[in-house]
Each structure stands twice: as C-alpha cells, then as structure tokens.
Design a binder for this molecule. Structure first.
Ligand SMILES: Nc1nc2c(c(=O)[nH]1)N[C@H]1C(S)=C(S)[C@@H](COP(=O)(O)OP(=O)(O)OC[C@H]3O[C@@H](n4cnc5c(=O)[nH]c(N)nc54)[C@H](O)[C@@H]3O)O[C@H]1N2
Ligand SMILES: Nc1nc2c(c(=O)[nH]1)N[C@H]1C(S)=C(S)[C@@H](COP(=O)(O)OP(=O)(O)OC[C@H]3O[C@@H](n4cnc5c(=O)[nH]c(N)nc54)[C@H](O)[C@@H]3O)O[C@H]1N2
Ligand code: SF4
Ligand SMILES: [Mo]
Length: 747
C-alpha cells in the first residue's frame, strides 16, 4: 500500500535527525523538490526520456532520465516495471542528477608533473595520457610480467577494465565489495546452504511473518525494494526484531529491539539455537529432510542457555526466549537477515554461518516468507579471442584464507608492500570507481603501498582523495552520459535493464568502455574490442536475448518468465543442496578438516580500555559512502555527520550538543577534522557512532571538504577473518578530545 509505505518512510526519516532534513527527504523519496521546481518551470516544454539504471549505489534501480529540448537533464524517476525499485527511487537515486551537474567534476585527463620543485598536475590530451598509460602497461609487462599490474575496481567501470586486464594477461583484480563488505556472509551461507546470498538478497521480506535484523539497518541502508518490502511487511503485521547496539530506524519500527553489547552476536545466536532445540521449537520435518549434523549441533548448543548469553550480550534471558519463540511461531516464514556489510570483528564468516544455521533450524531457506530461489538471465558473451593464461593472479594472494573466493583488496596492498621480496610482485595499479583512501582500513598502509608503486592510474568522475595519489587521472563521464553493460541481477523473476546515454559527456570526460578500448588498441589488443561503439555490443547481446536495442530504449527493463522452477520448495520435495553432503550443513566436516570450528563458537573480543569508546559507524540514508557527499542535491540534504554520544558519556565528559570534538584512537591516531556532538539515548554508553563517508580532505571537493569526520581516519586496527580474509573494522576504540589537537601541535 503506497500510503502506508510513505508513512513509514516519513516516520523513519523523522527519527533520523530533525525536521529540516526530514521533510526534504520525504519529498525526495518520490520526487525532488529542487528538481520539481525546474520541471514546473519548463512545464510548457516537452520532456523526452531515456533509459538507465542507477549507479549511485549497487542496487542498480532502473530509471528514466527526463530532459528538455535543450538537452538539460531535469529529473530521474524509477521505472515502474523494475523489481529493484517498483517505480520509485530512493533520495540518492533521485539526486543522481547531481553527479552530472557537479561543477567540481574531473574535466580532463591529468598527468603528475613537477613545477618549481613542487609536484602538481597538468592538464593533458586523451592521446597523451593514453599513450603514457600504454607505455607503462608495456614496461610492467616487459620488466615483471602483466600480472604485476593490478586492477582495483568497484561498479560499472570495473567490468570494461576487467576485460582489458584479462586481455593484457592480468587477473590480479579485487574490489572492496568483497573483503570490506559481503565476503563473510557468502562464505557462511555457502558453507551451510551451498549458495551465496548475492545481490539483491533473495530474502522474501514482503511475505515474511518475522524479520530479524542483526546489525543490518534497513531504512538507513536504503537498498530500495528491500526497504519497500520491509515497509509492506510491517503493514502486514510482520514482527520485526532488531539486534543493534544503536536504536536504528529499523529498531524504532520493531516490536523487539535487543540493544546488544557490541561484538557479542555469536553468543546470542547460539543461545537462540539452544532455545529452539531445547524447547523443541525448531522445524523438525525440514531439518530431518534437508539438514545434516543436527545431533552435533544439539550437543554443541546445549550449554548456551539464555542465562549464559545474558552475561555476555546484556540481553535479558526472557527476551532471548521470547524472541526465539516468536521466530519459531512464524517459521518457516521467518528471515534472519544475512546482513550485507558484515566485516566486523574478524570471526565474521562464523557469525554469518551462525545466522545461516539459525535459518536452517527454522526452515526458512526455500520457503515463502524466508529465502526464495533466485534466478537471473545470463548475458551472452560478445565474441573475443581467448584470454592469455596469467602465471599468477588474485588466487595466489592471500592463500592462507582457504575460502577467499574473490580477490582481496588488502592482499593486493600487502603484495605491493612486499613486491621486492615476493614471487608475486605488484608494481602498478589501476583504480576505477573506488576511493581506496576512504574505503580500505589502515590508511597509512594503503598510502605506503601506493608510494611503492611504479605507476598508479585512477579512473574516476570526481576529484576524490585517491586521485591525489595518481600519476595519471582519467575523467570518466557519469552514468547519465554513457552506455554500460546490460544489468542482469538475480531476483524472483529474471530481468534485464539497459543504460543508454541521455546526454553527451560533459567537459572532456569519456566512458570506461572507450578508455579500455583505447588502451587495448595501443597494446595491440584491439581484437578484444571488436566494435566502434559499445552500443554495438549491447545491440548484439539484446538480439541474442530475443529483444533489441530499439525495444529496450522504449521499455528500459524487460522481465522474463522463470525457467528454473518454482520460487519455493514444494511440499516434501527432494532437493539437493550444493554442499559436500548435498544437505544443509549444520555441522561442517569441511571446516573441521581445515582445522576451523565446524559449528560456530563464541570467542570474546577486546573491550574498549578506560576512557575509550567503541567506534561504531553505518550508512546515512541520504548518501552512498564517500561518493555522494559533494553531490549538490544530496549535500544540501545532509552536509556533515555528527558523533552520537550517550547522555551518560556526555555528562561524564561535560559535552554539550553541537560541541566540536576530535577523536583519538587506540593507536594515537587523531581525526583530521572535528565533528559535532549529538547527545542521544539511541547509542549505548560503551560506543560512539557516526555515518561513514564524510570528512573529505581533498580541497577540490568544494562542498564536502572538511565537513564532518571520516570513520576511516580512525580504523587503523583490523582483525582478519581466517576463513576468507575479510577485514573486521569494528575493533577500534576512540577517546574524545575537546581541544583542537592540531592547533596545540602547531604552537
Ligand atoms: N570505514 C569504512 N570503510 C568502508 C565501509 C564503511 O562503512 N566504513 N564500507 C565498506 C563497504 S560495505 C563498501 S561496499 C566499500 C565501498 O567502497 P567504494 O566503492 O570505494 O566507496 P565510495 O567511497 O563510494 O567510492 C567510490 C568512488 O567511485 C567514484 N565513482 C562514482 N561513480 C563513478 C563512475 O561512474 N565511474 C568511475 N570511474 N568512478 C565513479 C567516486 O567518485 C568514488 O571515488 O567501502 C567499504 N569500506
Ligand atoms: N543509504 C545508503 N544505503 C546503503 C549504502 C550506502 O552507502 N548508503 N551502502 C550499501 C552497501 S554496499 C552495504 S554493504 C549496506 C550496508 O548496510 P548494513 O549491512 O545494514 O550495514 P552497516 O552500515 O555496516 O550497519 C551498521 C549497523 O550495524 C550496527 N552494529 C554495529 N556493531 C554491531 C554489533 O556488534 N552487533 C550488532 N548486532 N549490530 C552492530 C550499527 O549500529 C548499525 O546500525 O548498505 C547498502 N545501502
Ligand atoms: S537504491 Fe537508490 S541509490 Fe541505490 S540504485 Fe536504487 S535509486 Fe540508486
Ligand atoms: Mo558494501
């Protein structure tokens, strides 16, 4: 129901920080007041539209870009036929227009140069920049082998450049969406159900009776259709249980909020399993038919009573029992959400596995209101010669983590640091669509690795921090000005969506497909890019899929019927899971063979020392990471983050609302900028909280520079997941400084 969904967004936004941002945010979920005004002013004029999918985050909602007869983009709205957005974009998607209009954009290629002894950038032609890059590709190959050139990427530009790198002979490739984001949950669920979760998550939220969110703050984490479904589920009286040390938006909509002591989730999960098994509430038929290892699990969780968990988690035993019973009553229409950003404390694959096992006990996998069987269209490969076989690549880095199934960004950093003594010497990076300086933990290490490189080229749309370290900066045009690969994502019904340029690239910017092709041609690899325009590739693929570019330009999204069978298990259906045993593995022999715990175990983590608070962070509903902070429309909605501090702490430290403070962490690292205090009961007294993405330190970002604080400044300590190499980021502690430490230093 549209009305109540609107209401939900309104209420949730209200909780977020005052009316000023709220009313605009509310309006923006469906329409943007600033853009609406522009549209009204041109009401007499006809607007034409072209299809795209959003690049402001990775939910990839399909949308229409409206422009007037002067080719001015006026508005972006969701495509009604798209299951990722159901015709409505989130505030960030609506504000995506600001990515295009931002006057701070990168405008032309830049080459590092020294003038009067000072390093600076000079503007260059594409030809000069591309020739220089091609010569470096050749040098690296001749001196160290192609494998020594690494690609660090995120988002759409990545796939074009990945093709270039593979043609060149390197699959030394990684993205932060694995080791700094989803990796552990894919391992945890993969080990249990034999299937990755993937994106979008196959959570059947719209039909669920009980949704359990553990450190997953849907509503601030604005993944579009997921938030819409949660709102529908609330309308349908589903029970929400939120486990979060912070009173999140989701917590404010929940029947049960469990303000867990940070870093203790595995204890709660084990105790929930204990209650389900001891009280005979688990889904017996399902477990008997589909699971293996039940007896071992039963024995394992026997000691983990709610009373035991209370001492660890601070969640009252009666609340643990009550919520376990609610889950069991809803089963199998219950979801213990797998989360998305799950790199917390280093034992994250095991925590994710505990979440998976709990879902297994309740029978939610393959059942309505639990997890559905997803399906996607496979896009035909445009023909090209075989890739050469690299001698080594991402597989060989981080081999100590047996479940690392994608490249680890941090292993690339390490291999770069050890290039002189390693058989895998990394000597050059291309970075595209990721602001590594704010994205990777242990910034000093990232910068040290960059300093060791022979060559760094950055492809970006904005003068983000990472561009300041490049030898060559290439300006990519925004998603509104280019073709990209066809979107095909797993969902209830498979669909495809296209991205068609609405306008010509502004300034002297170019799309990543063109950049890749230009470099390839200079390297004699033109055969891999056998087309003049990427449009030809898409047209060819669409024909193979039984549609055409003409049709897709008109409809933007095409939904296909399911081919793989029903969304859910049939009653008593035989089903083989893609695990070694063919069953849901409550106990994993494979893990035992590797010397890991076959069933998750709770291990205590370090606590904040005296005078320190745990640094907690999360998503701002108005922004995506660091990429949108300078966006004129979104910056207008939220220009800086605040530090959430419990009133008790404020009293002890005598902090006032809006007072500016600096933070110093356990390694004596001090934040670059200050942050304003927000005193609120919504955060526990043992932690402080801030939105990630703020505190930019590149002056070229005129709106974002120096506004708020960067959580990454203070994440100098990580605990690595021994299974898959993810970097646990939540083990950092900060003390609050009331005097400007930078000023003091200068005196
Ligand atoms: N401290 C801390 N670190 C984190 C997180 C956190 O919460 N806190 N979150 C983690 C998670 S979950 C993730 S997924 C990662 C995200 O990591 P990133 O994807 O690196 O995040 P962004 O800061 O958005 O950086 C995106 C970069 O891509 C550029 N860009 C945007 N659009 C385009 C485009 O169309 N073309 C090109 N070429 N460039 C473009 C932007 O200008 C920006 O420089 O960060 C992880 N790291
Ligand atoms: N608006 C917006 N939405 C986004 C994004 C964005 O940049 N902006 N990014 C997208 C991406 S790539 C990702 S990965 C997701 C990330 O979104 P989520 O997976 O939802 O995760 P986080 O932002 O890491 O979650 C932060 C929540 O975890 C809680 N938390 C902290 N420590 C603990 C703990 O020890 N135990 C428990 N139970 N909870 C804890 C925090 O208080 C906070 O509420 O968001 C996606 N959606
Ligand atoms: S959720 Fe929002 S930002 Fe992400 S793709 Fe959809 S509209 Fe864009
Ligand atoms: Mo992420």
């Amino acid at each position: 129901m549209v009305t109540s969904r609107r209401k939900f967004i309104k209420i949730s936004a209200l909780g977020l920080g005052g009316l000023a941002t709220t009313s605009a945010a509310l309006n923006m979920f469906e329409s943007n007041p600033i853009l609406d005004k522009a549209v009204k002013e041109t009401v007499a004029k006809r607007l034409s539209r072209s299809a795209t999918y959003c690049e402001v985050c990775f939910w990839k909602c399909a949308a229409w870009i409206y422009k007037d007869e002067h080719n001015d983009i006026k508005k972006i709205i969701g495509n009604e036929q798209d299951s990722h957005c159901n015709g409505r974009l989130c505030p960030r998607g609506t504000g995506g227009i600001g990515m295009y209009s931002d006057e701070d954009r990168l405008k032309t290629p830049l080459i590092r140069t020294t003038i009067n002894g000072e390093e600076t950038y000079r503007e260059a032609s594409w030809d000069e920049a591309l020739n220089l890059i091609a010569s470096k590709f050749k040098d690296i190959k001749a001196n160290y082998g192609s494998e020594a050139f690494a690609l660090l990427k995120h988002g759409s530009p990545g796939s074009h450049l990945e093709h270039l790198f593979k043609a060149y002979g390197s699959d030394t490739i990684a993205e932060p969406a694995y080791a700094q984001c989803r990796g552990p949950r894919e391992t945890g669920f993969g080990l249990t159900f034999g299937s990755w979760i993937g994106s979008p998550e196959p959570t059947d939220i719209r039909d669920t009776k009980c949704l359990v969110l553990i450190g997953s703050h849907l509503g601030e984490n604005m993944h579009n259709s997921q938030v819409q479904e949660m709102s529908d589920a609330i309308d349908n009286d589903a029970t929400l249980i939120t486990v979060d040390p912070r009173y999140s938006t989701a917590a404010s909509k929940s029947k049960h909020w469990l303000p867990i002591k940070p870093a203790t989730d595995i204890a709660l999960l084990l105790s929930w399993m204990h209650v389900l098994i001891e009280e005979d509430l688990y889904n017996k038929n399902y477990v008997e038919k589909y699971a293996t290892g039940f007896e071992e699990l039963k024995k394992h969780v026997k000691p983990y009573t709610p009373e035991w968990a209370y001492g660890i988690t601070t969640i009252k035993p009666e609340d643990i029992r009550k919520t376990a019973r609610i889950m069991a009553a809803a089963a199998p229409s219950v979801i213990i959400h797998p989360g998305r950003h799950v790199v917390w404390y280093g034992d994250d694959s095991q925590r994710s596995r505990a979440v998976a096992i709990l879902n297994g006990l309740l029978g939610s996998w393959g059942n309505r209101g639990g997890f559905y069987f997803k399906e996607k269209i496979s896009i035909p490969k445009y023909p090209h010669p075989h890739y050469p076989e690299p001698k080594w690549g991402w597989h060989d880095l981080g081999t100590q983590y047996p479940y690392a199934e994608m490249g680890l960004t941090t292993a690339i950093v390490d291999a770069t640091l050890q290039a002189d003594k390693s058989k895998y010497p990394i000597k050059a990076w291309m970075v595209a669509g990721t602001n590594l300086i704010n994205t990777l933990p242990q910034r000093e290490k990232t910068i040290e690795a960059i300093n060791k490189l022979d060559f760094l080229v950055v492809v970006d749309t904005m003068p983000m921090e990472i561009t300041g370290y490049a030898d060559v900066v290439l300006p990519e045009c925004t998603y509104l000005e280019r073709y990209d690969g066809i979107r095909s994502a797993p969902n209830r019904t498979p669909s495809i969506a296209v991205r068609i340029p609405a306008v010509k690239p502004k300034y002297n910017s170019k799309p990543a497909w063109w950049i890749s092709k230009q470099i390839a041609e200079r390297l004699g690899l033109g055969a891999y890019f056998n087309y003049d325009d990427f449009e030809e590739v898409i047209a060819w693929q669409l024909n193979k899929l039984g549609t055409s570019l003409e049709e897709m330009k008109k409809i933007g999204v095409k939904n296909f019927p399911r081919q793989s069978g029903p969304l859910y298990l049939e009653v008593e259906q035989d089903y083989e899971f893609n695990t070694p045993s063919g069953k849901i593995e409550l106990y994993s022999k494979e893990l035992a063979n590797y010397g890991f715990d076959p069933i998750p175990v709770y291990v205590p983590h370090p606590e904040p020392p005296q005078g320190f608070y745990r640094l907690n962070y999360g998503r701002s509903p108005m922004h995506t990471f660091s990429r949108t902070i300078n966006n004129p429309y979104l910056n207008n909605l939220k220009s800086e983050n605040t530090l959430w501090v419990n009133p008790k702490v404020a009293r002890i430290l005598n902090l006032k609302k809006d007072q500016e403070v600096w933070l110093k962490n356990q390694d004596d690292i001090i934040s670059t900028f200050s942050i304003k205090v927000r005193i609120t009961e919504r955060i526990r007294w043992d932690s402080v909280y801030m939105y990630h993405g703020f505190g930019h330190n590149n002056k070229k970002l005129s709106r974002a520079f120096g506004k708020g604080m960067s959580d990454t400044d203070l994440i100098s300590s990580t605990v690595i997941d021994p299974l898959m190499g993810g970097t646990g980021l939540r083990g950092n502690f900060v003390s609050i400084l009331k005097e400007n430490p930078h000023k003091t230093k200068e005196i």
